[in-house]
Design a protein around this ligand. Structure first.
Ligand SMILES: NC(=O)c1ccc[n+]([C@@H]2O[C@H](COP(=O)([O-])OP(=O)(O)OC[C@H]3O[C@@H](n4cnc5c(N)ncnc54)[C@H](O)[C@@H]3O)[C@@H](O)[C@H]2O)c1
Length: 369
């Protein structure tokens, strides 16, 4: 081990997770800036070990981070497997334990007992309060693709089957276009939240599969200000919801509106990227479960004699495009990673550490530590 600033990229243990917090591209940029990058071998990751080796990373055994020197920060994406083991390292990852999710205090108590620190990536914000890195764009992009695939399946009269991650964006676009008969031309889509990260991704996918620009209807705050339900949603093939829901708003669409549209309704697929499924203010109150890669759609009750309507409500859509989603996320995280050695004074990290200390205090009180 050298005295250079170092990150240790750990393997991911969550099933189906092929994304990485550090890609070979960002690893190379960190190495060029004077960092050492240690990478655990991981067959699950979309990037080959050799891609990291080729840019100068040091490869180590899978899941060997617990034995790493405690002054080396460990970076990963998803939560660690459940355990009682104390955590003495600094971890940079999504931990899903700051909003009192199930088991939150147990997770934090591991840091308390080990003396380690958690920098939760979900709460790394720039001085304007905007998250420095999020997976939104590829959630919208993949969600729109899943919507197009669901439309094809519905036209064939069968439910959409298993979705599996694509090697890259080109493979996804080629498959969607091929199943649409060569191009998405003629399909009409409405994206709400079109100015946000997810919304821009959805619009991009629809462009890339060949929809006419006039057939990609883009709405954001201005267009929904009049209040729903909206007839316009019933007049497209695919409706993609990408809003960030922060308060109660009138429903965008509801059962009565769908039934009233009768047998001439065009709307066939709703993709709820926002997935506020169990939120009492869910603006799409026509379904109540999150769908999965193996069962991507849930049917909506539409009334006898009316055409079918299905919803895609998968809450981990970027996993469908692990390579591009990782590249974009890691590139967004890079400027903050470069500041990490000065984390005591860098606002992004200092703020995240204060938040960790306050959550640690709450957990210690709950756990009686
Ligand atoms: N399903 C998934 O896999 C997945 C992945 C990532 C993010 N998400 C979710 O997607 C949602 C959007 O995330 P984002 O990063 O794109 O957020 P964002 O803040 O970048 O964009 C949200 C957009 O919604 C718009 N908006 C908010 N309220 C609206 C309204 N009432 N009418 C019209 N537009 C409205 C905003 O103006 C903004 O342009 C979040 O709820 C996020 O948790 C889901």
């Amino acid at each position: 081990m050298t005295n250079k600033p170092t990150f240790w990229l750990r393997c991911e243990k969550k099933e189906f997770e092929r994304r990485a917090a550090l890609t070979p591209t960002t690893s190379k940029k960190l190495i060029d800036a004077g960092f050492d990058i240690i990478v655990e071998r991981d067959e699950q990751r979309i990037f080959d070990d050799a891609e990291y080796e080729a840019v100068g990373c040091t490869l180590v055994a899978n899941n060997s981070w617990p034995a790493a020197p405690t002054d080396v920060p460990i970076i990963g994406l998803k939560e660690l497997p459940e355990s009682e083991e104390p955590l003495p390292h600094t971890h940079i990852q999504f931990a899903h334990c700051y909003k009192k999710q199930a088991g939150w205090s147990k997770v934090l108590s591991r840091f308390h007992r080990g003396g380690g620190t958690l920098y939760d990536i979900e709460f790394l914000n720039d001085p304007t309060g905007r998250r420095v890195a999020a997976f939104g764009f590829h959630a919208g992009f993949s969600g729109a693709a899943a919507g197009a695939l669901a439309l094809v399946a519905q036209r064939k009269g069968a439910p959409l089957g298993l979705l599996t991650p694509y090697e890259n964006e080109g493979a996804m676009i080629a498959q969607v276009k091929q199943l649409l008969g060569g191009s998405g031309k003629g399909v009409r889509a409405l994206v709400i939240g079109a100015l946000g990260r997810c919304g821009r991704g959805a619009v991009d996918l629809f462009r890339k599969i060949g929809l006419d620009e006039d057939d990609i209807v883009k709405w954001d705050m201005a267009e929904t200000a009049k209040g729903g339900p909206f007839d316009e949603i019933l007049d497209v093939d695919i409706f993609v919801n990408c809003i960030y829901l922060s308060s109660q708003i009138p429903a965008f669409i509801d059962h009565a509106h769908i039934a009233a549209a009768g047998p001439t309704r065009r709307l066939s697929v709703i993709v709820d990227v926002s997935c506020d499924t169990t939120n009492p203010f869910n603006p799409i109150p026509v379904y109540n479960i999150n769908t999965t890669f193996d069962k991507p759609t849930v049917p909506v009750a539409v009334g006898a004699g009316n055409p079918p309507l299905s919803v895609v409500s998968i809450d981990h859509l970027p996993t469908l495009l692990p390579r591009e989603a990782s590249e974009q996320f890691s590139a967004d995280l890079l400027p903050s990673l470069l500041e990490f050695p000065a984390r005591q004074t860098a606002p992004v990290w200092a703020q995240a550490e204060r938040l960790f200390q306050s959550k640690l205090g709450e957990a210690a009180a709950v756990e009686g530590l």
